[in-house]
Design a protein around this ligand. Structure first.
Ligand SMILES: *[C@@H]1O[C@H](CO)[C@@H](O)[C@H](O)[C@H]1NC(C)=O
Length: 311
């Protein structure tokens, strides 16, 4: 094994010496390729539903490209080769090569400059966290603190026989007041839930508004408690300065009864899987996508956007 290992080291050293320029050109070529890709996507934001978030993402991609560009530039200017050896005085050809590389780098930089203006309100999470920590600005006062469901929780259990599930099922949530909290769909609240915001939906077919997540209580589910909804938390910053979530609401009557009934039927055999909302086929017959976005201009200046798409 030993002679082979030594040979390999010599071989790679020799390659590095001869391919210094090659390696440099290769990294230039790659950098150029990446820049072209990012520039192309930045110039084509038509399909993007959230331009601010999109620009922020492009900006994040530009930072490492800029760093690589700077490294290559340093590399050409100092005459340090990829193998780490210092060049002697550069020859005419080397000077020419450097001018060429420099021109290419300038061109790339110009391309980056065209798109690299960060969004006016670039979120600076670290500053906001520090301001919140030293209490100069309460960035965390409002956030996604509103519960998805408050029904069937031990906090609301006044049953007297510790039967919290049956004491407050989903069906009663529309007609009874909670004692210790609130709930809502993809909502926003201050940290003590004194001021809460959440959308309420109606598809024209349901017997009640869709104001909170539906689910089965422990005794109702064939494998215990289970929320039967489709919803996704898509994005969030540490201070909740930007939040994004998606809720899917069927056009047809929400299959409350079917979900309850089917779960009950499946209790006959513990090995049977759970029956989920998607299994009812309701989404194949059309649904609404509700995209909820929250953005803070200031700790207590909050913009809310609800976008609906008919699917
Ligand atoms: C609080 O933190 C922010 C961010 O680091 C800083 O700019 C500000 O001066 C601090 N304020 C106080 C009162 O310490």
């Amino acid at each position: 094994m030993k002679p082979l290992l030594v040979a390999a080291i010599f071989f790679s050293a020799a390659c590095a010496r001869h391919d210094g320029n090659e390696a440099q050109h290769e990294s230039l070529r790659k950098l150029g390729h990446d820049i072209t890709k990012v520039v192309a996507s930045a110039k084509n934001p038509d399909s993007v539903d959230d331009p601010t978030a999109f620009r922020y993402r492009v900006h994040q991609q530009v930072i490492p490209l800029r760093e690589r560009l700077e490294r290559i530039r340093q590399h050409t200017n100092t005459g340090v080769r990829t193998d780490g050896a210092n060049d002697k005085d550069p020859t005419d050809k080397q000077m020419k090569d450097r001018d060429k590389v420099e021109a290419e780098l300038n061109q790339m930089e110009e391309q980056l400059n065209q798109i690299d203006s960060p969004p006016a309100e670039t979120p600076n999470a670290a500053d906001r966290l520090a301001e919140d920590a030293n209490r100069s600005s309460y960035w965390k006062r409002f956030g996604p603190y509103l519960a998805e469901r408050q029904w069937g929780t031990v906090r609301e259990d006044y049953s007297g026989d510790q039967n919290g599930w049956s004491y407050f099922p989903h069906a009663q949530a529309q007609s009874r007041a909670y004692r210790w909290g609130e709930d809502g769909l993809l909502g926003l609240a201050d940290r003590q839930a004194r001021l809460c915001f959440a959308p309420a939906l109606w598809n024209g077919n349901d017997p009640c508004l869709k104001e909170r997540l539906f689910g089965l209580t422990g005794p109702e589910g064939n494998h215990g408690e289970d929320v039967k909804e489709l919803y996704y938390y898509l994005d969030a910053t540490p201070t909740a300065s930007y939040l994004k979530a998606l809720y899917k609401y069927p056009h047809e009557r929400f299959p409350y009864e079917k979900l309850l009934q089917e779960a009950n039927d499946r209790k006959r055999d513990m090995r049977l899987p759970e029956y989920e909302l998607i299994d009812t086929g309701c989404f194949e017959r059309g649904y609404f996508d509700m995209l909820v976005q929250y953005a803070k201009a200031d700790a207590e200046d909050i913009l809310i956007r609800l976008s609906f798409t008919n699917r």
